[in-house]
Design a protein around this ligand. Structure first.
Ligand code: TMP
Ligand code: MG
Length: 191
C-alpha cells in the first residue's frame, strides 16, 4: 500500500545543493497535473534568487507566495483554500510553524516542506525563535526524503554543508558564494 491519507506531512531534507527545491517543484507539478489546488510559500528571509518565486540553484522557478512570518501563511491558506501547501526553506520560520502545520493537517490539507536539516556547524537547524529545531518537524513527518549533494573534493555523497569563509553567524543567507556541499570526511564544522 502506497497511499497516504489527507493531512499528509511530507518532508524533503538534506544539505545545500542537493536538489531539495527541485524535488519540491516536482511534487508540486504532479499535484497540478492531477488538477489539485496547490500553493507554494516561502519565507521572505530567503531572497537569494527572486522576490516572487521559488528558485532552484540552477534557476528553475515557480510562482510562490512570499511571507514574512508563519501567520501570513495562515492568512493565504484561508484565502486560497488549497488542497496542498508546499513550504520551501521551512527552517527559516519560527517554531510556530509546528502548530500551524498541525492545524493545516487537521483540516485535511497536505503539507510538503523542504528544509535544510543542518547548519554548517552540523547542528539541527534551529527555527528562527531558537525555541525548537527542524528535528521536531522531521519526527512529525509521514514521509521523509533525504537528499545528498556531491562532494566537490572526492565526488562522494555530500550530506553536509561547508562554510567557505567563517562569518560568525549561524543564519547567513547565501549560495555558492558562501557554501559548498561536502561529504563527512571533507567537511569541517564552521559558522
Ligand atoms: P538551500 O538549502 O535551499 O540551498 O538554502 C539554504 C539557505 O540557508 C541558504 O540561504 C544559506 C542558509 N544557511 C544558513 O543560514 N546557515 C547555515 O549554516 C547554512 C548551511 C545555510
Ligand atoms: Mg532551496
Amino acid at each position: 500500500m502506497n497511499e497516504y491519507s489527507k493531512g499528509l506531512l511530507w518532508v524533503i531534507s538534506g544539505p545545500m545543493f542537493a536538489g531539495k527545491t527541485s524535488e519540491l517543484i516536482r511534487l508540486y507539478d504532479r499535484t497540478i497535473f492531477a488538477n489539485q489546488k496547490s500553493i507554494i510559500v516561502k519565507p521572505s528571509l530567503d531572497n537569494r534568487y527572486s522576490d516572487s518565486e521559488v528558485a532552484t540553484h540552477d534557476n528553475r522557478t515557480r510562482k510562490s507566495f512570499i511571507v514574512n512570518n508563519i501567520e501570513e501563511l495562515n492568512e493565504i491558506v484561508a484565502k486560497e483554500l488549497p488542497e496542498n501547501v508546499f513550504i520551501d526553506e521551512a527552517q527559516f520560520f519560527s517554531s510556530k510553524i509546528l502548530n500551524v502545520i498541525d492545524d493545516l493537517r487537521k483540516l485535511g490539507i497536505n503539507v510538503y516542506c523542504s528544509l535544510l536539516n543542518q547548519t554548517s556547524e552540523g547542528h539541527a537547524f534551529p527555527f528562527m525563535d531558537k525555541k525548537q529545531d527542524v528535528s521536531s518537524l522531521l519526527v512529525k513527518a509521514d514521509h521523509i526524503e533525504t537528499f545528498s549533494a556531491v562532494c566537490p573534493v572526492c565526488g562522494k555523497n555530500a550530506t553536509k554543508t561547508y562554510k567557505i569563509e567563517s562569518s560568525g553567524n549561524e543564519v547567513d543567507v547565501g549560495g555558492s558564494n558562501k557554501y559548498e556541499p561536502r561529504c563527512y570526511e571533507h567537511w569541517e564544522p564552521k559558522k
